[in-house]
Design a protein around this ligand. Structure first.
Ligand code: PRX
Length: 649
């Protein structure tokens, strides 16, 4: 769609909350007022919705850039997500409607999940796991993944979940950095009609000595043949059968570490984002309740994010479970066996709130509305998106075709680092603007500033910052507090620099414009240009490489690599062969999500006189645009040579 039409849609369309939700508006709108009058008092009230063992007396201790929230209180995160719902008489409420890709199903109530987590807590303790120890979770969308995270939380162990698509070396890097002593995985899981093996990746990751992993706990799912290391490997179901169903949970301090989640930054090394307990749980549960207008007694919530990403942590596990929500969880992909699958699931379970990524919506659009409309979607009452900017055209399609032209859509902006939603409409309050994330949620202060840190005028663009600490903020980068300071807190003093560009419109509402650093966003997943470049140059045949994120109609951005081959490699392979080999190499080295859409073998790379690669030019080339200013180029001939290459491509 052209920018002009986008612009027209942006400026003209407004959608007030539907009548059915309007009754709630007034009380919900008061949240902004209350938070505006007394921000810390407001967060304290939200935190008191949790069950505390020792109530806190201090809300925030802020020694920039380090925050402690509710720090003299104690609680148990798993008790808040499970036991308290059972104790309140809601043990029979369904926690998970799980559906496997082949069509098998499991229904787990809150009582079932509590029992599972208690047993697993005993298993982990039996394996010597103590509070503060790290446990790696390499599991796909199985109920055991939720149980694993909550069992760690129950005993105060720190989980680090690794997305199932990551390679052995990436898994190993995370295991080593976190110092994990236990890995929880599965033999394999269903994906696109086949069993996708995970255990071999763990075996490969642990092959070289030097790690601290004592045991690998293996969930049986795929029934595929796997290698077994006696003494190290343990079947999950066997360990659970022997474990006691009783487990007394201990309370931990509010700031006790809850999890580490690795995310790509601007260097080749992923950052271990550390989240802690009570503040994180306060903001994930608050946002889950109010952004989506949740009614835990009657709603069926479906967040489609994988458990390995932050959205799976905050809006499959912690927020919804803390709120006692009935959820749908689905193994496998949306198009298996047919593109009707997600819509059939919504109809089957009567899903009322659906939360997915713009890239999925654009894929549904491409497939055509007939698939979507083949099911009865009338149960849906709120829709959400996350992970990347949503173009107004996709927003309108989502509302019209999925939402029957009436459901509110909340576009939620946040990050691994922020832990929970920061900027979003509230479904029952906000008049919506397609394409804009709109306003900070109550209790959050954000701004758009220029390079000097001065707030821009309404209508202008700049850099997004969070100007006050928030409960679910990251506390540090695991093992690297200096990197924490320099990445997020040095650019503008004591405000948090998010790495995103943004524009404030005439009403002061916020439009996200994408990353301003060398981080790409592919299908809502973060990838670092530097990480892929170092993977490419690690290949024998590669002399130099530059990677850029080029705009892509479906995935938002796509990985495009420019590579200079070593002479020996150019003699050995044709250009086409080399391109294929290198795409495969990155996929194997990092994971399929990082596989470049295109690899261009080039004779040279455009550099400034000081030797910096001019990525902007490469992005222009990859997106087929006329080149901008090339006067700082050291060698004008380089671009001509690459352009020549492109004409041939
Ligand atoms: O660029 C922003 C984009 O995703 C980045 C965060 O990525 P990650 O930590 O992987 O977390 C994704 C899920 C929370 C942000 O810096 N982003 C996320 N949500 C939006 C978004 N961009 C625009 N609109 C959004 N709603």
């Amino acid at each position: 769609m052209s920018d002009r039409i986008d612009h027209l849609l942006n400026e003209t369309r407004r959608f007030a909350p539907p009548e059915a939700l309007a009754g709630e508006s007034a009380t919900k709108a008061e949240l902004y007022e209350r938070a505006g009058e007394d921000r810390l008092g407001f967060w304290a009230e939200q935190a008191r919705q949790l069950q505390w063992e020792t109530p806190f007396t201090e809300v925030l201790d802020w020694q920039p850039p380090h925050a402690k929230w509710f720090h003299d209180g104690t609680l148990n995160v798993a008790v808040n997500c499970l036991d308290r719902h059972v104790e309140a008489g809601n043990g029979d409420r369904v926690a998970l409607h799980w559906e496997g890709e082949p069509g098998d199903t499991r229904t787990l109530t809150f009582a079932d999940m509590t029992a599972e987590v208690k047993r697993l807590a005993n298993v982990l303790e039996g394996l010597g796991v103590k509070a503060g120890d790290r446990v790696a979770i390499y599991l796909p969308m199985l109920p055991e993944a939720v149980a694993a995270m909550l069992a760690c939380a129950r005993i105060g162990a720190v989980h680090t979940a690794v997305f199932g698509g990551f390679s052995p070396s990436n898994l190993r890097g995370r295991i080593d950095d976190a110092g994990a002593t236990i890995v929880i995985t599965t033999d394999g899981a269903w994906r696109k009609g086949k069993v996708f093996a995970l255990k071999p990746t763990v075996d490969e990751a642990l092959r070289e000595p030097g790690h601290e992993v004592r045991n690998v706990l293996v969930v049986k799912r795929g029934e595929n043949e796997i290698d077994w290391t006696p003494g190290r490997d343990i079947w999950y179901h066997e360990a659970m059968a022997d474990a006691s169903a009783e487990h007394a949970a201990q309370a931990f301090p509010a700031e006790h570490p809850l999890f580490i989640l690795y995310t790509s930054g601007t260097t080749g090394n992923p950052k271990g984002i550390l989240h802690t307990s009570a503040g994180y749980l306060t903001q994930t549960s608050f946002t889950h309740r109010h952004v989506f207008d949740l009614k835990p007694e009657s709603d069926v919530f479906w967040c489609t994010a994988d458990i390995g990403w932050v959205t799976g942590h905050s809006y499959v596990v912690y927020g919804p479970m803390a709120n006692g929500t009935t959820q749908v969880m689905h193994e496998g992909t949306f198009d298996t066996p047919t593109p009707e699958r997600p819509w059939q699931i919504i109809e089957r379970y009567g899903v009322t709130i659906f939360y997915t990524a713009p890239t999925a919506i654009r894929t549904f659009m491409k497939l055509g509305r007939q698939h979507t409309q083949s099911s009865d979607l009338s149960s849906l009452r709120v829709l959400g998106t996350v992970g990347e900017p949503i173009n107004p055209e996709a927003w309108m399609w989502y509302r019209d075709v999925v939402g029957g032209g009436t459901t509110p859509i909340v576009d939620t902006w946040w990050q691994t680092e922020t832990g929970a939603i920061m900027i979003s409409a509230l479904a029952s309050v906000t008049t919506l603007k397609p394409g804009s994330a709109q306003v900070p949620i109550p209790g959050i202060s954000v701004d758009v500033v220029d390079e000097s840190g001065t707030p821009v005028a309404d209508g202008d663009g700049g850099l997004l910052v969070v100007s006050e600490p928030w409960p679910s903020m990251l506390r540090t980068i695991w093992g690297d507090d200096d990197r924490y300071r320099s990445t997020y807190w040095e650019k503008f003093g004591d405000v948090y620099f998010a790495g995103d560009g943004a524009r404030k419109d005439e009403d002061g509402e916020i439009w996200l414009l994408g990353r301003v650093d060398d981080v790409m966003n592919v299908s809502g997943h973060r990838l670092s240009t530097a990480e892929i470049e170092s993977s490419l140059v690690a290949h024998d045949g590669v002399a130099e490489s530059a990677v850029v994120g080029a705009t892509d109609a479906t995935t938002g951005q796509a990985v495009v690599a420019f590579v200079i081959l070593k002479q020996s490699a150019s003699k050995e392979h044709s250009v086409e062969e080399a391109e294929q080999i290198l795409r495969q190499h990155v996929s194997k080295d990092i994971g399929a999500i990082a596989r470049p859409r295109q690899v261009f073998i080039v004779p040279d790379l455009p550099k400034t006189r000081s030797g910096k690669i001019m990525r902007r030019l490469l992005r222009d080339l990859a997106e087929g645009r006329a080149l901008g200013d090339t006067t700082t180029l050291a060698d004008q001939g380089v671009v001509d040579a690459i352009k020549q290459q492109f004409r041939g491509a």
